[in-house]
Design a protein around this ligand. Sequence first.
Ligand code: RB5
Length: 144
Amino acid sequence: MIISIASDHAGFEQKQQLVDYLVAKGHQVIDQGPDTDDRVDYPDYAAKVANDVASGAADRGVLVCGTGIGMALAADKVAGIRAANIINPQFAALCREHNDANVITLSGRFVTLETNQEILDVFLTTEFGGGRHAGRVEKIMALD
Ligand code: RB5
């Protein structure tokens, strides 16, 4: 899978570790930065990943900030994006099964690396459930 990933300064350390994790799992990773933990504005990085996914350059997106909240708010402004802020594996499964989320946003400050790795595994391997969920997702996308 082609995965676009980025963070802000608060998510930088985990972003670096998650890049290595995804590469080790055999994924093709587009690292949209930043390259240091200097202070940056998370919407700038959310836009890079969201645009990669919306354009088809990436299959999925991963964004890491302090909470994941700001990244989700920003990424969801981009047409075609369904970004979900996820802090446990159960919600990771549900955001795929029910919502067909194509971008996941993670907390680098309040969730451990190990849990975020587990969340990513679930996010990347769980299929959309379709059926009764399909029309609901279509209604979300009609709001773009
Ligand atoms: C940065 O201090 C912090 O606001 C950001 O990483 C994120 O948590 C925003 O939602």
